[in-house]
Ligand binder design. Structure first.
Ligand code: GDP
Length: 343
């Protein structure tokens, strides 16, 4: 597994767009890995290359099931993904795991840098594991992961798991780029402890209670009943799908087949109602809009004078002196003025 804290590869080691595309379409994982590094790069020359590459491989994308998996650290995500992933490859699926790693900024190292994480799966020929560091992602995590999903699809992976640690906005980002959103919970621990906000429960298409083995079995089954009940209290989701709750043990290896069946049922159900495609179309539109926002932000941050203004306005917003709306208007107005003066 490649370390997310790796040094940026100098742009001289870049391939041509055709070479990247050819490598990816021939299922060459080394090239796939290098292409993901390219799309994650902040260099503007790399970004141009990356956009060209994505455009080129676009006709070969869309043929996977995209699954987001979230849950607090310790809930058993990596152990679950390893066992679940092994189940998928055993039934002939080709699986890519993209792990969003928000920790590298805080801990310097990375929780995903741990080589033992998904060790068995990382040695499986039909699995590809790639941690995506959010440490230096200017355009936001979502931007890069979406591109990585498309690259993996073009490389022939038919299930893409996007893993995220349950912190901040990451679930919302991941929700906006996957077909099925799976929440992992532990039985017997309070909702507060698991950092579960109602909003996250509401986003889930399925819940898996992990570690349902040994002494935990009873608690897990109780939690299953509780969460199933709680989910019924939410307004029905637009998909029309009723979220399911399952129990699983990654150690005793049960609940894995059932998890995949749930995802397949979801796909069949939502595809028959047109929702599966519609959700992807909506997600693409959302991606387009947020790309415009982040491109404008990047352009703004190229000007020293505007960087200063943004910093100052940030402080004022923090102190409640200016509203975010007014502050952003001022920045954009200054940017337009600057462009007009440059003409
Ligand atoms: P993550 O931080 O969410 O990725 O969690 P990990 O997968 O690293 O698991 C956290 C701890 O829970 C580890 O010590 C695992 O061995 C343990 N664990 C994970 N899955 C299971 C399970 O199904 N049963 C039991 N008993 N322990 C588990």
């Amino acid at each position: 597994m490649e370390s997310p804290t790796r040094k940026p590869t100098p742009s001289t080691s870049r391939l041509t767009v055709d070479a990247y595309a050819h490598g990816i379409l021939s299922h060459d994982r080394v090239v796939l890995s290098r292409a993901i590094t390219l799309v994650e790069s902040l260099l503007s020359s790399d970004q141009m290359l990356s956009e060209e590459l994505i455009q080129k491989i676009l006709p070969h994308t869309g043929n996977s099931v995209r699954v987001g998996i979230t849950g607090i650290p310790g809930v058993g995500k990596s152990t679950f993904i390893e066992s679940f992933g092994k189940h998928l490859t055993s039934i002939g699926k080709k699986l890519a795991v993209l792990a969003i790693d928000p920790s590298s900024q805080r801990t310097k190292g990375s929780i995903l840098g741990d080589k033992t994480r998904m060790d068995e799966l990382s040695r499986d020929d039909n699995a590809f594991i790639r941690p995506t560091s959010s440490a230096n992602a200017l355009g936001g995590v979502a931007h890069k992961t979406r591109e990585a999903i498309l690259l993996c699809e073009a490389a022939g992976f038919d299930v893409i798991i996007v893993e995220t640690v349950g912190v901040g906005q990451s679930e919302v980002s991941v929700r906006s780029m996957v077909d099925f959103f799976l929440l992992l919970l532990i039985g017997g621990a309070g909702d507060e402890l698991q950092g579960i906000k109602k909003g996250i429960m509401e986003m889930a298409d399925g819940v898996v209670i992990t570690k349902a083995d040994g002494d935990n079995k009873k608690r897990a089954n109780q939690a299953k009943a509780d969460y199933q009940h709680a989910l019924h209290l939410f307004p029905p989701p637009t998909s029309g799908w009723t979220p399911k709750v399952l129990v699983s043990s990654a150690i005793e290896k049960f609940g894995l087949k059932e998890t995949w069946e749930m995802i397949e049922d979801f796909k069949t159900f939502t595809a028959s109602r047109g929702f599966f495609e519609l959700q992807r179309v909506e997600q693409n539109k959302h991606w387009f809009h947020s790309s415009i926002e982040s491109r404008i932000m990047e352009e703004i941050m190229k000007h020293k004078i505007l960087i200063e203004k943004v910093k100052k306005a940030e402080l004022q917003v923090e102190q409640g002196m200016v509203s975010p709306g007014a502050a952003s208007r001022e920045i954009v107005d200054s940017f337009i003025k600057l462009l007009t003066n440059q003409k």
